[in-house]
Design a protein around this ligand. Structure first.
Ligand code: HEM
Length: 174
């Protein structure tokens, strides 16, 4: 996974809990306390998962709480700041979600070894969207956390429900 994910995780932890806690988390994950992940590094998925697990142990949060906190931070604070150009002209949560395959493709096209998820869309009426998540990583909890963050960023209520192994039902309450 790209280092950018861990860079965002670090910002989230440092903003909310301070640098010492972040260093404790790295140490509990078996990494050097001063480990640095640069945006373009290729970080093994295993390392990302170790850090996520360590956050959950160190801060006493459930894996679902970690996924929600990360997803919210990623979609409502980190990407609007770091990837601002991709938000240009996008007015709603619905528009952003429908552009996700294009955005992931553009963001990762020059990065070797990036494998962003792919989404398939199915509408059940004009305000109910089923998104199918396709990725060998199986990070559906993170996907759902990011969806919550997208709703927060656009100040829209989204009702999000997992309806199968890889499908999430999103109701736009606009
Ligand atoms: C402008 C906004 C966004 C940018 C720039 C972005 C970028 C990225 C990048 C660079 C990765 C790592 C890919 C890799 O290392 O192979 C990633 C992973 C991921 N993204 Fe996004 N993303 C954005 C928004 C979203 C949204 C809105 C969703 C969900 C609806 C989403 C879902 C995911 C998930 C679940 C992963 C984890 C990797 C996986 O499941 O295989 N992202 N994204």
């Amino acid at each position: 996974m790209k280092g950018v994910i861990l860079d965002a995780v670090k910002d989230l932890i440092v903003d909310n809990f301070g640098l010492e806690k972040w260093m404790d988390i790295l140490e509990n994950a078996g990494l050097p306390r001063t480990a640095v992940f640069s945006v373009r590094d290729d970080v093994p998925d295993e390392t990302v998962l170790k850090v996520v697990k360590s956050i959950s142990n160190t801060l006493n949060l459930s894996p679902e709480e970690v996924a929600d906190a990360f997803g919210e931070y990623w979609a409502s604070i980190y990407t609007p700041k770091v990837y601002k150009p991709y938000y240009r002209g996008i007015q709603s949560a619905k528009e952003l979600l429908l552009k996700m395959n294009e955005i992931h493709r553009k963001v990762t096209e020059n990065i070797p070894n990036a494998h962003p998820p792919v989404f398939k869309y199915r509408w059940e009426g004009s305000n109910v969207l089923i998104m199918k998540y396709i990725s060998p990583r199986g990070l559906v909890e993170i996907f759902m956390g990011v969806l919550k963050g997208v709703g927060k960023f656009f100040k829209t209520t989204l009702e999000i429900e997992r309806i199968s192994q890889d499908e999430v039902r999103i109701e736009f309450k606009e």
